[in-house]
Design a binder for this molecule. Structure first.
Ligand SMILES: Nc1ncnc2c1ncn2[C@@H]1O[C@H](COP(=O)(O)OP(=O)(O)OP(=O)(O)O)[C@@H](O)[C@H]1O
Length: 291
């Protein structure tokens, strides 16, 4: 049996008495893209930084590519690709020089020109990084994360500052890496990004994992019930139903033809996520007030 590249069991991280990560467990399977979702301060970056070996845990068991991260050596590190939340590379060297330099650290790096093209910096290859825009520097971060042909890629809010076209281009790149079998851990506040790229997701609120599962099952079946809206006598009416076509047919029969303003929508991952996070945040607040 092969072991999962990422195994996390009952992970805790305390800053003094503050529980930033409070007993979370999950696995990431080989070749999978797993999204860690949650509001600001939920504990996502802390978790990722522990997995990367940058931060010590308080307790729990963590294995990344079979190694406890705080004991990972250079060979282990060479198999990881890391895009931190904000490095904002600002060196006085050109894009191509920086990538060529970093490629030298890895045993089997990707071709530097190919990576520069893939992140959409072909026309900026010879430009000094300090002269790039914020979004372009973020693309350099992404390029540095993948230059070593990592087995496991950590992407902490990779597309913050990207324009819409750059995000689409980044999604194509990630799909290409997925097709090559790269295992990816992604955090993002763009729910459409998670829905497009991830196979499974975990949702963290207040340091606790409140849901985990395939991306199209997050929130459970009841959160996905379609919403039917229509206008009746100038008033907008709505009803949630698992059988929207039946309701639409009834409305059609009652109206004796086309139904004014009829719309059937399914909740997006963002709708479901916002409901879930809202409910858990309220529960956490109430528990704190009663403590
Ligand atoms: N070095 C530190 N010392 C004390 N508290 C910290 C430290 N680093 C993080 N925290 C706290 O731990 C909590 C989790 O922070 P973390 O950066 O992991 O959140 P996050 O989910 O990544 O948030 P964001 O979406 O804003 O990036 C926050 O309340 C933060 O203030």
């Amino acid at each position: 049996m092969t072991t999962s590249p990422v195994q996390v069991r009952d992970l805790q991280k305390f800053y003094g008495s503050f529980k930033a990560v409070d007993g979370i467990s999950f696995d990431i399977h080989e070749g999978e893209t797993f999204a860690l979702l949650g509001p600001n301060g939920a504990g996502k970056s802390t978790t990722i930084e522990i997995l990367e070996g940058y931060r010590n845990k308080t307790s729990g068991d963590v294995h990344v590519l079979g190694v406890e991260p705080s004991r990972g050596g250079l060979d282990w590190k060479a198999q990881l690709g890391i895009v931190l939340q904000s490095t904002g590379e600002s060196g006085n060297v050109s894009v191509v020089e920086q990538l060529t330099h970093f490629a030298g650290y890895y045993p089997h790096p990707r071709n530097v020109s190919d990576v520069i093209e893939a992140v959409g910096l072909g026309s900026k290859a010879k430009t000094r990084i300090s002269k790039l825009s914020g979004g372009q520097r973020r693309r350099v971060d992404v390029a540095l994360g993948i230059i070593g042909r990592p087995k496991l890629l950590f992407l902490d809010e990779p597309t913050t500052g990207f324009d819409p076209e750059a995000r689409r281009q980044f999604w194509d790149l990630i799909n290409q890496l997925k097709a090559e079998g790269t295992t990816i851990l992604l955090t993002t506040h763009y729910l459409d990004e998670a829905a497009t790229l991830a196979d499974r997701a975990g949702v963290i609120v207040g340091g606790k994992l409140v849901d985990i599962g395939p991306i199209d099952a997050i929130g459970g079946a009841s959160a996905r019930v379609p919403l039917v809206r229509w206008r009746q006598d100038g008033v907008v009416r709505s009803e949630r139903t698992a059988e929207p076509a039946t309701l639409a047919a009834r409305l059609y029969a009652e109206a004796g033809g086309e139904v004014d303003g009829l719309e059937i929508t399914r909740p997006s991952l963002e709708d479901i996520y916002l409901d879930m996070v809202g409910n858990h945040s309220t529960a956490l607040k109430t528990a704190e007030e009663n403590a």
